[in-house]
Ligand binder design. Structure first.
Ligand code: PEP
Ligand code: CO
Length: 458
């Protein structure tokens, strides 16, 4: 029996993909027809997986390297994917901006980057209220395309189990296209011009970006001249997927055992994460996530309890497996210095391995003067910079970033090199839930990370 086939000491043989049903599950939809839900779950359970256990293990290995300070994690994509946005241009533009950001990071940080999309399954959303009221009319809240429709009508807001199958199918279509692009040479470092978005010609950042692309091209040609051949390693990159493991019937249905491996894998995504609102120690989401072999993300917000944190780490990673846990803090600019040091110390006291990353988006959401849900670029930037500093000061390391972004030219966050103001928001405000960095703001953020880290490592 090889080592991978053997369960480690703490593996709970009694755990099952549906054992979460014995616990309290927050943020779940209430389906009017539970038999229809069961039929959808059964169908989903019979469909082939979207990812493989080899890929999941490969990601875990890369995350272990990131924990050891040898890689940087770039996790990014939509707040809420929409079924209607499962289109060639939306998918390839998002891939382009992530590739461009990773190029900036690899070049500037001088280390490999793990590319982790928030896509191919990011269809379910936690909501602060079960009810949405408009002009005196109250309806169930929109919970993401996996559950109900966003239109403000009674019919659209009824949870529909067929959406689980639709979500799986759209995730498969997305992933199929991403894999085709990557395998077909789209991510070839010899041709970064494939990823150029239209802005590159007229952006305030264009010159800096093009100079970097040129320097990478020159280095590549130099190495190939030395080697006397084309280096094929540069023709493709790894791309992984992630989404919030919120809708537990969806996750359960795609949780599988595979030959020659012990335990269970969630094969709907490489890295599921637990959202801030559903991370209770005795809750259903922690129960579900503790049983799968995927690496797990855990969001940690303001007011978290240090005791909860050390216990949840123990529950999710009892064997202290390398590459298993990604802790994603999302505190808000100005909150980092007050809250992050104790968080880091609480984890240091456990002596456990984790990868720390910062989500500088979710603690910085506000309403603009003209009523849009927005985020200011400068606050996002401050939270990130403060986080790098606090980790450094405590002998810890911030090893990645988690961003909500899109490859489209939207106007949802203010600020950035183009100094978008509140009045600009109405021009192209398209998000279903949270405001995203547009392609230009996202790339600028990557450049600022390099500037920050560059300064620290001199
Ligand atoms: C999200 O990532 O979209 C989200 C809802 O985050 P959090 O759980 O951190 O609030
Ligand atoms: Co969000």
């Amino acid at each position: 029996m090889n080592a991978e086939a053997q369960a480690p000491a703490h593996f709970d043989q009694a755990w099952r993909p549906d054992s979460w049903q014995q616990k309290k599950a927050l943020q779940q939809a209430t389906y009017p027809d539970t038999e229809a839900l069961q039929r959808a779950v059964d169908e989903l359970s019979s469909l082939p997986p979207l990812v493989t256990s080899w890929e999941v293990n490969a990601l875990k290995k890369q995350l272990a390297e990131a924990q050891a300070g040898k890689r940087f994690l770039l996790q990014g994509g939509d707040c809420a994917e929409r079924f209607s946005e499962c289109r060639a241009d939306t998918i390839s533009n998002r891939l382009k901006v992530l590739l461009q950001m990773s190029l900036v990071l690899v070049h500037g940080l001088k280390m490999p980057v793990i590319r982790l999309g928030r896509f191919a399954g990011q269809y379910a959303k936690p909501r602060s209220s079960d009810i949405e009221a408009r002009d005196g009319v109250e309806l169930p809240s929109y919970r993401g395309d996996l559950i109900n429709g966003s239109e403000f009508t009674e019919k659209a807001r009824i949870p529909d189990p067929q959406r689980l199958i639709e979500g799986y199918s759209r995730a498969a279509l997305t992933l199929n296209f991403v894999r085709g692009l990557i395998e077909g040479g789209f991510a070839d470092l010899h041709h970064p011009e494939y990823w150029d978005l239209s802005w590159v010609e007229h952006s305030p950042l264009a010159e800096e970006y093009q100079a970097m692309v040129k320097s990478i091209g020159d280095s590549l040609r130099f190495m190939e001249t030395l080697a006397g051949r084309r280096i094929s390693d540069f023709q493709r990159v790894d791309f992984f997927t992630s989404h919030e493991a919120l809708h537990l019937h969806y996750e359960q249905a795609q949780t599988r055992q595979v030959p020659h491996q012990w335990g269970w894998f969630n094969l709907s995504t490489h890295l599921p994460w637990i959202g801030m609102r559903t991370a209770q120690l005795d809750g259903a989401h922690v129960e579900y996530c503790r049983g799968i072999r995927n690496p797990i993300g855990l969001k940690i917000g303001p007011g978290y309890d240090p005791d909860w944190l050390s216990r949840v780490i123990e529950v999710l990673n009892p064997d202290d497996e390398a590459g298993k846990l990604v802790l994603i803090h999302r505190l808000g600019a100005g909150q980092v210095e007050a809250q992050l040091p104790d968080m880091i110390r609480a984890v240091q006291r456990t002596g456990r391995r984790v990868l720390w990353i910062s989500d500088p988006m979710h603690g910085n959401t506000e309403t603009s003067s003209n009523g849009y849900k927005t985020r200011r670029f400068d606050k996002i930037r401050s939270e990130l910079e403060e986080s790098f500093d606090v980790h450094e000061a405590l002998g810890s390391r911030l090893g990645g970033v988690h961003l909500e972004l899109t490859g489209e030219n939207v106007t949802e966050c203010t600020g950035g090199a183009r100094a978008l103001a509140d009045v600009d928001l109405s021009r192209a405000y398209k998000t279903g839930v949270d405001p995203r960095l547009n392609y230009e703001q996202a790339l600028e953020m990557a450049m600022l990370i390099v500037r920050k880290r560059g300064a620290e490592t001199v």
